[in-house]
Ligand binder design. Structure first.
Ligand code: NAD
Length: 494
């Protein structure tokens, strides 16, 4: 019998008020992993009440003390890393080395955010008047609604929740309905290190019944979202109408440029890892290779070789290199793009279909796929497929490669492989994405650098790094006049 899990609201573990539940499935085997509350607006309202109730005392807790909880949390997560990674692989399918990385990112983020408890730097500056002091300080905003995707089920929530908490906000968190168990773990771990009741509340369920009520609830001041453009855009529109701060991390269509002086074996390895790692279901996945015509055929050969050699299976099994897609809908979506590509003139040089074979019967497996003869304007070169599919676009020059890279609706990550310093620096300057790699694929962000993208990928915010507090704090400017007089700025001294 599968385990039954509850929401965490005001420090209590409770079922959905409706009593309804949904099943959490293993995408590699179809096995039921657990039953989670299928919550609704009434559960969200209770969570927001709890978060508002906890706000004052959490804000008055000294920031270094808030940080200390995150230090303890980092150590606790590290001590349970293997179990957490296995749970993540079970519920969303990516292979164990990747879920270990996902959990490690949570550890790194806990320590990074913990340090902010002893920084949270403000700015002091001279006043233009005598005997007057001027400074600006960061203050928490209030209740933060966190809504996340399933592909980094542990790391991504930590990019949002830890900075929000250390800054003195309280949180209502809706994990993806594909990965409710990792959301549950986060709440349990924070409870174990002594986070006061109501400071983090977790409400499980789907987008329309839990996510949207969080977006609309007047008691939620900030919305921090990671997911698709379709949903993010709706949230941004509604958030603007309601006057909320909205931070969005959305899709990508990330390109690797490979120049004719590149180390092709290195580039092929990086493309294979970037395109097929996490079964292509990363926002930073390599989904386009923009390759110089002189090395095009050789690079295709190397990447096809790597694609065809990958071992598919249950991510918990030793030796497996690529797991399943997360659900039947994703399988349908990725399969659908094969027809779209071929109809537009692309050639399938590897893969292109659902994967069959021993051990794959009950999961949502898709073959690692290489599309060639892709033109920059084709849908497979413009739209986020979110599966193990990489499209090759042939170019004649660096200028053309950069122009092709920049001509999509997204701007998350990009990369160039070259031996030329001049080409590398030109690309670093001209690639219009939030993240640029040189001689490294499009994935592999580190938590102490800002993360996010331009154009359709985001709305100007950056998570983690030295920017981590920006979405979750307001600036307050404070003037202290000790002159004993009414000093009129801009008037009395001019
Ligand atoms: P999704 O947009 O379908 O869902 C994301 C979250 O939004 C889920 O929790 C979902 O339940 C919720 N949601 C759905 N409808 C909603 C609604 N009407 N109101 C409020 N919430 C709603 O995305 P997904 O399939 O879970 O994730 C894949 C997407 O996430 C891809 O586009 C990927 O690129 C993106 N992603 C981006 C980043 C990044 O940092 N840029 C990181 C990971 C994933």
């Amino acid at each position: 019998m599968s385990q039954t899990f509850h929401n965490s609201i005001g420090g209590r573990w409770v079922p959905a008020r409706s009593g309804r539940t949904f099943k959490n499935l293993n995408p590699a085997t179809g096995e039921v992993l657990g039953e989670f509350p299928e919550s609704g607006p009434e559960d969200v309202a209770a969570a927001v009440d709890a978060a508002r109730g906890a706000l004052r005392s959490w804000q008055l807790t000294p920031a270094p003390k808030r940080g200390e909880l995150l230090y303890k949390l980092g150590a606790l997560i590290a001590s349970q890393k293997e179990d957490l990674a296995r749970a993540a692989t079970r519920e969303m399918g990516k292979i164990l080395i990747e879920t270990r990385g996902d959990v490690q990112e949570g550890v790194d983020m806990a320590y990074l955010a913990a340090g902010e408890g002893r920084r949270l730097y403000g700015v002091t500056t001279p006043s233009e008047m005598p005997n007057k002091w001027a400074m600006s300080v960061r203050v928490p905003i209030g209740v933060v609604g966190v809504i996340t995707a399933w592909n980094f089920p542990f790391a991504v929530p930590t990019w949002k929740i830890f900075p929000a908490l250390v800054a003195g906000n309280t949180v209502v968190f809706k994990p993806s309905e594909e990965t409710p168990e990792m959301g549950w773990h986060l709440a349990r771990l924070l409870e174990e290190v002594g986070l006061p009741p109501g400071v983090l509340n977790v409400v499980q369920g789907n987008g329309p019944n839990v996510g949207w009520p969080i977006v609309q609830h007047p008691g939620v001041d900030v919305l921090s979202f990671t997911g698709s453009n379709a949903v993010g855009t709706r949230i941004a529109t509604e958030g603007a109408r309601l006057g909320k701060r909205v931070s969005l991390e959305m899709g990508g269509k990330n390109g690797v440029i490979v120049m004719d002086d590149a180390d092709l074996s290195l580039a092929a390895n990086a493309v294979a890892w970037g395109a097929f790692g996490t079964t292509g279901q990363r926002c930073t996945a390599t989904s386009r290779v923009i390759v110089h015509e002189r090395v095009h055929d050789e690079l295709v050969r190397l990447v096809v070789q790597r694609a065809q050699a990958l071992k598919l299976g249950n991510g918990l099994d030793a030796g497996v290199e690529m797991g399943p897609l997360v659900n039947a809908k994703q399988l349908e979506r990725v399969s659908g793009y094969m027809k779209v590509g071929v109809d537009e003139g692309a050639k399938v040089s590897a893969g292109g279909a659902r994967a069959a074979g021993e051990g794959l019967e009950h999961g949502f497996f898709f073959q690692p796929t290489v599309l060639t003869d892709v033109q920059p304007g084709m849908r497979v070169a413009q739209e986020e497929i979110f599966g193990p599919v990489v499209s090759f676009v042939r170019v004649k020059s660096l200028e053309e490669a950069i122009a092709v890279n920049n001509a999509t609706p997204f701007g998350l990550s990009s990369s160039i492989f070259t031996g030329s310093v001049n080409a590398a620096f030109t690309a670093m300057r001209d690639l219009a994405t939030g993240i640029v790699y040189v001689n490294h694929g499009t994935t592999g962000a580190e938590t102490h650098l800002p993360f996010g993208g331009t154009r359709g990928t985001g709305n100007g915010h950056r998570e983690a790094g030295h920017t981590m507090l920006d979405a979750f704090t307001e600036w307050k400017s404070v003037y202290v006049d000790f002159s004993g007089k009414v000093q009129r700025a801009q008037i009395d001294n001019n």
